[in-house]
Write a protein that binds this ligand. Structure first.
Ligand code: SAM
Length: 251
C-alpha cells in the first residue's frame, strides 16, 4: 500500500516551504487539498506539477473512503491545507484516524504552524502549554470557556480573528483581570509581524488606539496562573525576593 503524507505549507512566508515538502508534493500520485485553487497557486510558485483533488471539512468523511482505497491500491498521496499544518485547526483528522484504523502508513512532515511559531517567540513559559483552537464565537460560551481557563497552570494558546479580537480581549479583561499577561502574535512570518504584550486591558487600549493592530491573522497567548508561594506569604514577599536578587547584581 501507499503512504499518506501530511505536508505543511507556509503561513504567510513562501520561503517556509521545506525541500522535503516540495519533493513530496511532486512525487506522490496526487494531492488532497482543502482548497484546490489555493493549492494550485502554491504549486505553481514552487514549480510542482501534480493532480489535486478537494478534501475539506464538508466532504472529508465521504472522501476518506476513496483516499483509503487509493492508498490500498498502492498510490501514495499527500494532504495539504490552505496554510500551515493540516489537522491543526484544519481538515485531516477523520482521514488520518481512518488510515490508522486500516493499518495504513501516515507520515507527517515538520513545517509551519502558527501555534509553535507564536510560542517560540512570545516569551511565555513553553515547558507545557494548552492549545484551545478558536474560542467559542458566542459571548456566553466564550466567557464560560475563559472561566474554565482561569486556573490553567499552562500557557494557553488560542487562534483569534480580527473581527472578534476586541470582544475577546474585553471578555478576558472581565474574566481574567489584570494579573494575567497576554501576548498577541500577529501576521507571523509576514511583513507586519508583531508581538504585543500586556494585560487584556492594556492590549485593548493599544488596539483601540491603532486599528491597524486589529488586522490580519493572529494568535493570542495567555500566561499561566502563577503558582508560586505568593498566595501563602503575601504578595509583598515575592517582590522583596526579586529586589534582593537584583541587589546582589549591583556593584
Ligand atoms: N493549520 C494552521 C496552522 O498550522 O497554524 C492553522 C489554520 S486556522 C484555520 C487559521 C488561524 O491560524 C488564523 O485565524 C490565525 O488565528 C492562525 N494563523 C495562521 N497563520 C497565521 C499567521 N501568519 N500569523 C498569526 N496567526 C496565524
Amino acid at each position: 500500500p501507499g503512504t499518506l503524507y501530511i505536508v505543511p505549507t507556509p503561513i504567510g512566508n513562501l520561503g517556509d516551504m521545506t525541500e522535503r515538502a516540495i519533493k513530496t508534493l511532486a512525487d506522490v500520485a496526487a494531492i488532497a487539498a482543502e482548497d484546490t485553487r489555493h493549492t494550485r497557486k502554491l504549486m505553481q510558485h514552487y514549480g510542482i506539477q501534480n493532480d489535486v483533488f478537494a478534501l475539506h471539512e464538508h466532504n472529508e468523511t465521504q472522501r476518506a473512503d476513496a483516499v483509503i482505497e487509493r492508498l490500498q491500491q498502492g498510490d501514495s498521496l499527500a494532504l495539504v491545507s490552505d496554510a500551515g499544518t493540516p489537522l491543526i485547526n484544519d481538515p485531516g483528522y477523520v482521514l488520518v484516524q481512518r488510515c490508522r484504523q486500516h493499518g495504513l502508513k501516515v507520515v507527517a512532515l515538520p513545517g509551519a504552524c502558527a501555534v509553535t511559531v507564536a510560542l517560540s517567540a512570545a516569551g511565555l513559559p513553553t515547558d507545557r502549554f494548552a492549545f484551545e483552537g478558536f474560542l467559542p464565537s458566542k459571548p456566553q460560551q466564550r466567557r464560560a470557556k475563559l472561566e474554565a481557563l482561569k486556573t490553567e497552570p499552562r500557557t494557553v494558546v488560542v487562534y483569534e480573528s480580527p473581527h472578534r479580537i476586541l470582544h475577546t480581549l474585553a471578555d478576558m479583561n472581565a474574566v481574567l483581570g489584570t494579573e494575567r499577561q497576554l501576548v498577541l502574535a500577529r501576521e507571523l512570518t509576514k511583513q507586519f509581524e508583531t508581538y504585543l504584550n500586556g494585560s487584556a486591558a492594556e492590549l485593548l487600549q493599544i488596539l483601540t488606539d491603532d486599528s491597524n493592530q486589529q488586522r490580519g491573522e493572529m494568535v493570542l497567548l495567555i500566561s499561566p496562573l502563577q503558582q508560586e508561594t505568593e498566595a501563602s506569604d503575601g504578595p509583598g514577599e515575592a517582590a522583596k525576593r526579586t529586589l534582593l536578587l537584583l541587589l546582589e547584581d549591583l556593584p
